[in-house]
Design a binder for this molecule. Sequence first.
Ligand code: 13P
Ligand code: SF4
Length: 309
Amino acid sequence: MPSQTLREEILQLKAQRKAVILAHSYQLPEIQDIADFVGDSLGLARQAQQAECDCIVFCGVHFMAETAVILNPSKRVILPDADAACSLEQSCPAAELEQFLKDNAKLNYYVIAYVNCSIGVKALSDVIVTSGNARKIVAAAPSDRPILFVPDENLGSWTAKQCEREMTLWKGHCHVHQQFSQEQILNLREKYPHAKVVCHPECREITRLLADHICSTEQMIPYCRHSEAQQFIIVTEIGILHRLRKLVPEKEFIPIDALSCSCAQCDYMKLNTLEKLRNCLRDMSPEVKVDESLRLRAEAPLLRMLEQS
Ligand code: 13P
Ligand code: SF4
């Protein structure tokens, strides 16, 4: 079906359902273009909490839609593809974290969880962070308790360094950011010697060492807009390039995979298509539902994050 017809169908269904479409910056360009709001995990969580509608359509991955339900339980939350998972979420099963906390109960860890985790992990945590606010939240953590940071070892090590705070790090990784290499950056630097390297904190430390700037996807936009540089090597998932080119059209953005065959694409994020977006609005399915007592336990650390950021 031509995408214009699909777009019209989606807009019609959206009005009928009194729905709001939220999309992460890693979504396909055509999904970003039809969304009411595009942003990073922090911005999307805020939008989900404040959404005044009957239904939230979450174009992202499952934990993001789940976060929307936790923060705004009176709304129905649907997503185009229920299989849109996340390797970071998978790297920290709630049962494993629970066992670890039991085994180390004496330490009385203050648990800080990156939002890329399941509702079960959130429910075991004291506070949640996103890549956009991790420094602020870690800086505000109680100084008399040891910190356990889950599940992203890379975001954890970067934040620990920024805040000069020791933390025990869970060994979880995002498979997309984990594969970016120094060699890829050095090859691009040779071709674009004046370009600034902008890197997401989910990247390995060895990669981050070559960055001119490290920040969340959303923070890349003002950085690139206000920088004197004209070209930027973007070391994160390629979806953000659409947003950068749209919002900062006068500058040039080079994806990290421009010269290599390894792809900077999150296949989970790319499971969502316009067609599946139309179908989920038409069928009101798949819908995210959560257990209420678990939701209440996961809500508290999320609210703490929103208060502190
Ligand atoms: P941010 O949107 O917080 O920058 O995180 C990137 C990411 O990997 C989301 O899954
Ligand atoms: Fe998860 Fe990585 Fe995909 Fe983000 S890019 S959704 S962290 S697998």
